[in-house]
Design a protein around this ligand. Structure first.
Ligand code: DX5
Ligand code: ZN
Length: 227
């Protein structure tokens, strides 16, 4: 499938007017609200939780955007139901942060959400070996998780090709399409190369929200159209 999706990471948005930011960025041509959850334990930063997810769900629905919850939290199982209740459409977690990966993936699905695994730059894709049937999205980190505004790690391009090969082989076998998302340091300059390596879903935080501001609701149009 040749569909590309852009997922603005609201980590870099203006939290004082988060609803408006989401409305503006989605109507500028993006598709998915990427929602970064950090716990100051699995990663050295603290961000937002289910309360904020619940607060944006109506806005996301109104503009037709999925909410993509990226859990950088350990342990993961306790918080998964809270995000499902708070309106998450996709929930991804890091395999190192789950005691029982298969169970956590199944839990996400059972709660009605799409499930995904997230791979840090140095984490092996072999975690996928026995769980492909329970995965709807594979997220490759192209920076070490914890902060927006970092530089894209170029080794990710080779890893994306490996993940794309797994996804395509799985599609041949089952006819089921798994999304391949990339997160960290994505911008208008490198996004084409990242797409050629196999990604179909692109998280971008600082590149979108830190972009030169035009006026009002249209201020993200320029950077989004360059992507
Ligand atoms: C990093 C987060 C990313 C981050 C991306 O741990 O998972 O989603 O917000 O920000 P940029 O696009 O600025 O690298
Ligand atoms: Zn993220």
């Amino acid at each position: 499938d040749k569909t590309f999706r852009i997922a603005p990471s609201i980590l870099s948005a203006n939290f004082a007017k988060l609803g408006q930011e989401i409305e503006d960025v989605i109507t500028s041509g993006t598709d998915i609200v990427h929602f970064d959850v950090m716990d100051n334990h699995y990663v050295p930063n603290l961000t937002i939780g289910p309360l904020v997810c619940d607060a944006i769900r109506e806005t996301a629905k109104k503009v037709g955007a999925l909410i993509d919850v990226h859990l950088m939290v350990k342990p993961v199982d306790r918080i998964i139901p809270d995000f499902a209740k708070a309106g998450a459409n996709i929930i991804t977690f890091h395999p190192e942060a789950s005691e029982h990966i298969d169970r956590s993936l199944a839990m996400v699905r059972d709660l009605g959400c799409k499930s995904g695994l997230v791979f840090n730059p140095a984490t092996s894709l072999s975690y996928l070996d026995h769980v492909m049937d329970k995965v709807d999205m594979i997220l490759l980190m192209s920076v070490n998780p914890g902060f927006g505004g970092q530089k894209f790690i170029p080794e990710t391009l080779e890893k994306l090709k490996l993940a794309r090969a797994r996804i395509d082989a799985y599609y041949e076998k089952t006819g089921r399409q798994i999304w391949l998302e990339v997160d960290g340091g994505v911008n208008a300059q490198n996004i084409a190369e990242i797409a050629r390596a196999g990604a179909d879903t692109f998280v971008a935080g600082s590149a979108i929200f830190g972009s030169p501001k035009d006026t009002d609701a249209n201020r993200y149009n320029t950077v989004v159209s360059e992507m």
